[in-house]
Design a protein around this ligand. Structure first.
Ligand SMILES: C[S@@+](CC[C@H](N)C(=O)[O-])C[C@H]1O[C@@H](n2cnc3c(N)ncnc32)[C@H](O)[C@@H]1O
Length: 377
């Protein structure tokens, strides 16, 4: 089996890289080599020897390590497995090298053993945290560190989504990898808007979190002229600023040359409903994202003034609503647009599947033209 031979100190870095690129072979582990290097097992999709992706590191052929456990529960004792099988975690979430898991009360006394078993099984994970539920105004997760590979309990980590990197911190800022398809859809709609306007776009993302939607948009060559992004949570704004600076500095044009920095490049820590009180933010954006799912529809009247008037513009948002209210909520979105002086070219209101059985997680997309305000109004 092909292995990547790397200096021991770089093992974590290369494990993470191979994991995020999906090049890691499964059901086997890292082998120590006689020259002090570590050998990381690769699957068939990994690039060949000499590829630039390997940064000069060699590939070596080694027998795969004997069959290793294929599931973390196999590292628990048979007694524990027998008596607690039904209560052990069935799923977990990873954000970069941090793993977040809900632990039932009935097996809480085994939490550290469970975490150690997970660390043993999952070489690219550094920290295991118990998820104690969401708390506070910003609905961030209360995390309790259970086990750490290197002693650090730092929850800031970097993830790769659709090809771009983002710094995240599950203990301080909301982020959900499950919405990455929505970001891809946002990108597709933004490309259509660019075509219609025949120029790059200005985007407003006032509930940006760490900036995953901006990641998708800024990574597309020649799509974005500039942005106004923000969040009410100061911790989110700190990561947002870091992510946007990183994304902005690495932009390329369609022909692969360095692209100019986005302008404007506003990052604001403020209540989104107050953005309309800043004249430079009003009538300024071609694309508006509204992602505060419990309040998106209620907030709309405060946000629509951010869209540029007298042209086609695009509103995309997400809302969690009672199933029975789908028609009335759609009506509320339409009414907010009309009250803002808008003409609706199209309004889609569709469920994003797989979120909740009791409520609907909806995406709305409206193509609108807001009338130019008369001087007297
Ligand atoms: C559901 S999260 C979406 C974050 C991000 N757009 C994403 O997709 O990961 C909503 C975000 O809105 C922020 N938020 C809550 N109330 C806000 C307000 N009134 N104004 C601006 N941001 C707010 C929260 O801190 C949170 O980061």
């Amino acid at each position: 089996m092909r292995h990547l031979s790397v200096p021991s100190a770089q093992t974590q870095h290369w494990l993470e890289r191979c994991r995020s690129e999906k090049w890691l072979a499964e059901h086997t582990g890292v082998t120590s080599l006689s020259d002090g290097n570590k050998a990381i097992p690769l699957n068939q999709t990994a690039p060949p020897e000499g590829d630039a992706a390997w940064d000069g590191n060699a590939l070596v052929d080694l027998a795969a390590k004997g069959k290793t456990p294929s599931h973390w529960t196999e590292h628990l004792s048979p007694e524990i497995l027998k008596s607690h099988k039904d209560d052990l975690p069935k799923a977990y979430e990873t954000q970069g090298d941090v793993l977040i898991v809900k632990i039932e009360e009935s097996v809480w006394h085994l939490a550290e053993l469970i975490a150690d078993a997970m660390l043993t099984q999952l070489p690219s994970i550094r920290l295991i945290c118990a998820d104690l539920g969401v708390h506070g105004d910003f609905r961030v997760r209360n995390l309790e560190p259970l086990a750490s590979r290197d002693g650090s309990t730092e929850t800031v980590t970097r993830i790769k989504e659709n090809g771009y990197f983002l710094w995240v911190d599950a203990s301080k800022v909301y982020f959900s990898a499950r919405l990455s398809n929505e970001r891809t859809e946002t990108l597709e709609s933004a490309k259509k808007l660019k075509q219609r306007l025949a120029r790059p776009l200005i985007v407003a993302d006032p509930y940006a979190g760490v900036g995953p939607s901006m990641g998708a948009l800024l990574s597309e060559p020649d799509l974005i002229e500039g942005y106004h992004a923000g969040d009410l949570n100061p911790d989110a704004v700190e990561l947002l600023q870091t992510n946007l600076t990183f994304l902005g500095n690495r932009r390329k044009t369609e022909v692969g040359e360095p692209a100019p920095a986005p302008a404007p490049s506003t990052v604001i820590c403020a209540d989104a409903t107050q953005w309309k009180t800043h004249s430079h933010l009003c009538n300024s954006s071609d694309l508006l994202l509204v992602n505060l799912p419990h309040d998106s529809v209620e907030h709309l009247p405060h946000l629509l003034p951010l869209l540029r008037r007298g042209q086609i513009s695009l509103l995309r948002g997400w809302a969690i609503i009672e199933r029975v209210n789908e028609a009335s909520e759609k009506q509320k979105i339409a009414a907010a647009i009309i009250d803002a002086g808008g003409t609706i070219e199209s309004l889609e209101f569709e469920e994003v599947k797989g979120f909740s059985a009791s409520k609907s997680f909806m995406c709305f997309e409206a193509w609108v033209v807001l009338a130019v305000e008369s001087l007297s109004s």
